[in-house]
Design a binder for this molecule. Structure first.
Ligand code: GTP
Ligand code: MG
Length: 456
């Protein structure tokens, strides 16, 4: 497989000013290279004899010039991130220092690591599975509690274990069919086609459930697309500002203030929303506002969650009723705003149209807590749900495996021979193995690790 044994190095921390920057070296020559550029403070210390997980204080010296004070950390193979000998040199994170230390390391015999090459070596040395390696990217890019939770589960092998259970179930079906085909004279139980169909359906339904998690995974990473709608002046922009925690939208007492779509990403109780404030829905002769209203209607169609706002101080009117029609089949939270003013609205009508309604004033933080609870309730996000597919590659493996099982079921229905049916079952198993990096081509591996940053 695509594994070169040379020693690689890279800056493992962001290339930016900061407290500490780390240059990571991995490979058989790691310690020899470090020895050439690192002078321990204690003269009798020898890098080559260092125990694993131990460190030394000293200086990085190159071309007889001190570059910086440094801490050298040593990891002996196979007990390191990559499974190889690894040395990490921590210095002050200055752009010049980092570059000079890296140059010193490269001049002393290391090669600059490619993006993701450290993690790729960890995979090739069987320290982690392919899905765990992918989890590293997810962990680094997680920007909210749920995305972090899902990434951590992936890293801890939840998907790997789940896919293994499914693969084992399929394997036992395949083994039975194969034994029956290959050893007809032995006492292998008959393959009952109805039973075979049921066994395949059982595996298929697990794959199908897993496939559904992909969209969920996307939502928790990118945010639930949410729109705030309602007729003009009901307080949509005030709610936008309440949720985002700053004056994102302009608020005035003039109906028709918001025209463009105003977007913001916010995290409420660990749930990420990509929220859009929109123009008030009404018929208008104003050219600019009219465009805003059209944009709002389009946004409403595309969004997964709708916050439909009503003004408690005014009776329901035509535009409110039109809004009810537009949101019939959507995931909606109704908000009866401005309850600090004398009430003139028939809130029962709203509650008969929308199953989850909160009431309050966008000018008070109480509405924020009520909305947060409603959003949690509506989005049904459960941090303890089963494993989640993290990327297109993983989804593709599961999808192909499921397609092969569907094909096998069709063949059973057509009463085809077991030989033909078992080819589909074996293909399905191959795609399940591919998910975790068994049976996987170099191109797939290269693609996975190309998504990493240098130094990871
Ligand atoms: N009393 C009271 N006034 C509110 C409340 N929420 C918003 N307002 C006021 O209502 C007016 C309209 O608020 P906006 O947030 O601009 O309303 P909007 O729905 O975005 O209006 P458009 O962008 O014009 O469609 C402003 O004067 C707000 O200060 C509330 O809960 N109580
Ligand atoms: Mg507005």
């Amino acid at each position: 497989m695509c594994y070169t044994k040379d020693t690689i190095a890279a800056i493992a921390t962001p290339y930016a000013q900061g407290g500490i920057g780390i240059i990571r070296i991995s490979g058989v020559e790691a310690k020899n290279i470090a020895k050439k550029i690192f002078k321990p403070a204690k003269a009798n210390s020898n890098i080559l004899n260092l125990a694993g997980y131990s460190g030394l204080f000293g200086h990085v010296i190159h071309n007889n010039k001190v570059i910086d004070e440094a801490i050298l950390l040593n990891f002996n193979a196979p007990k390191s991130y990559t499974g190889e000998d690894v040395v990490e040199i921590s210095v002050h994170s200055g752009l010049f220092i980092l570059k000079e230390v890296l140059r010193a390391v490269l001049n002393s015999g290391a090669r600059l690591a490619q993006p993701g090459e450290f993690t790729k070596r960890a995979f090739l040395n069987q320290k982690i599975t392919l899905t765990e390696a992918e989890a590293v990217v997810e962990l680094i890019s997680a920007n909210n509690e749920q995305a972090h939770h899902a990434a951590l589960e992936l890293k801890q092998g939840k998907l790997f274990k789940f896919s293994q259970t499914i693969a084992n179930e399929l394997l036992s079906v395949i083994s039975h069919v194969a034994a029956f085909i290959d050893y007809p004279e032995e006492e292998v139980a008959d393959v009952d086609l109805k039973q075979l169909d049921e066994q395949i359906s059982s595996v298929y339904s697990k794959l199908y459930e897993l496939l559904k998690t992909y969209d969920f995974g996307k939502i928790i990473k990118e945010g639930i697309s949410t729109v705030i709608v309602g007729k003009p002046n009901v307080g949509k922009s005030t709610i936008m500002n309440l949720l985002s925690g700053f004056n994102r939208s302009i608020v005035t007492s003039v109906p028709g203030t918001t025209r463009d779509i105003i977007e913001e990403s916010i995290v409420i109780d660990g749930i990420m929303l990509k929220i859009a404030d929109t123009a008030g829905l009404r018929k208008t002769e104003d050219l600019v506002e009219n465009i805003g209203v059209q944009l709002a209607e389009k946004q409403l169609e595309q969004s997964d969650l709708v916050l439909a706002v009503f003004d408690a101080s005014k009776p329901l009117e035509k535009y409110d009723y039109e809004l009810f029609d537009k949101i019939t089949n959507k995931n909606v939270i109704g908000i009866i705003n401005k309850t600090d003013l004398p009430c003139n609205i028939d809130s029962e009508v709203i509650k008969s149209k929308i199953d989850l309604v909160v009431e309050g004033s966008a000018q008070s933080s109480e509405l924020f807590s009520k909305l947060a609870a409603a959003i949690k309730n509506k989005t049904g996000i459960n941090l303890n749900c089963n494993c989640i597919l993290a990327n297109e590659r993983q989804r593709d493996c599961i999808k192909r495996a499921a397609e092969q099982l569907e094909e096998a079921k069709t063949l059973i229905a057509q009463k085809q021979t077991l030989d033909i049916i078992s080819v589909c079952l074996e293909d399905a198993l191959h795609f399940l193995f591919e998910l975790d990096g068994k049976d996987v081509s170099d191109t797939v591996i290269d693609n996975v690790f190309a998504k990493f940053c240098v130094g990871k």
